[in-house]
Design a protein around this ligand. Structure first.
Ligand SMILES: Cc1cc2nc3c(=O)[nH]c(=O)nc-3n(C[C@H](O)[C@H](O)[C@H](O)COP(=O)(O)OP(=O)(O)OC[C@H]3O[C@@H](n4cnc5c(N)ncnc54)[C@H](O)[C@@H]3O)c2cc1C
Length: 238
């Protein structure tokens, strides 16, 4: 088991994130000066970092040989591949501030908003932040586009109020597999040309084995007009 010691200069004890303040004030009498954090994934490392800013002596225990947990960068035959957490969203509430605070902001770049989706043997370009591009570039017909726009308008008020960083808040939509729900609501074109490319391209899952709650939560990112960011050099070639 690897043991990491977090070295934070005591002069760096700046205002901690609100959720830690609340937690520590509530439990004030019980807080020890020494803390052990189990697991050096992003959650454990963030907890350790925040607690260190209170001046606590933090030790992180990690079972694996390397830190990062499911956030992994591999180098295979000279190719650099982020094989977990390739993308971060600007709609995530905590990590954005963490990136800025730790001086990593310049290492993050926006990903391209363009996707290419095949329909009837032709490749159609589609900007995920511009639904209209789907009809402009021939991916969807006008009828399909109106159906999409109408449904988005109808659902938007509800979807935009649910937190995108907490999938448990979407449990009420976990009623059907994505294929069944989207086929019923829109037609098979929606599953084939919008949902399947999204789920297979980003999540490596098929609509037949994925709850409809996931694409709904993902569509809320678009409603928030959030940007997708990635680490510079994270997916690079030699
Ligand atoms: C293929 C893939 C792609 C992904 N893509 C994205 C993406 O693009 N964007 C995004 O936001 N998220 C993505 N995710 C999800 C994201 O990677 C995870 O949500 C996040 O990394 C989880 O962090 P965590 O610290 O909660 O858990 P983990 O990363 O799982 O960390 C837990 C750590 O605890 C250690 N541990 C567990 N038990 C013990 C023990 N008993 N003793 C000591 N150590 C222990 C583990 O070894 C591990 O290092 C992806 C995940 C995967 C697998």
């Amino acid at each position: 088991m690897a043991e990491l010691e977090l070295k934070v200069n005591t002069a760096d004890r700046c205002a901690p994130a609100d959720f830690f303040v609340g937690q520590i004030e509530r439990n004030n009498n019980m807080v020890s000066e020494s803390v052990i954090v189990v697991g050096a994934g992003i959650a454990g490392l963030t907890a350790a970092y925040q607690l260190s800013k209170f001046g606590m002596d933090v030790r992180v225990l990690e079972a694996a040989q390397q830190i990062g947990g499911r956030m992994v960068t591999d180098t295979i035959n000279g190719y650099v591949i982020d094989s977990g957490a390739q993308f971060l969203s600007s709609a995530y509430p905590i990590i954005k501030d963490l990136i800025t605070e730790t001086g990593l902001a310049r290492d993050f770049i926006k990903t391209s908003p363009w996707a290419a989706i095949r329909r009837n043997g032709a490749i159609h370009r589609f900007r995920y932040d511009d639904v209209f591009s789907s009809v402009r570039n021939g991916l969807l017909g006008w009828g399909e586009w109106f159906s999409l726009g109408w449904n988005i308008m109808w659902q938007a008020r509800k979807l935009i109020n649910l937190p995108v960083s907490d999938y448990s808040a979407w449990a009420e939509f976990d009623t059907q597999y994505a294929t069944d729900w989207y086929n019923e609501q829109y037609g098979t074109w929606m599953t084939e040309y919008m949902i399947e490319p999204l789920l297979e391209g980003f999540y490596f899952q098929t609509p037949e084995e994925t709850s409809c709650a996931l694409p709904m939560a993902v569509s809320a990112f678009l409603l928030h007009r959030s940007k997708t960011m990635t680490l510079r050099g994270g997916e690079s070639v030699p």
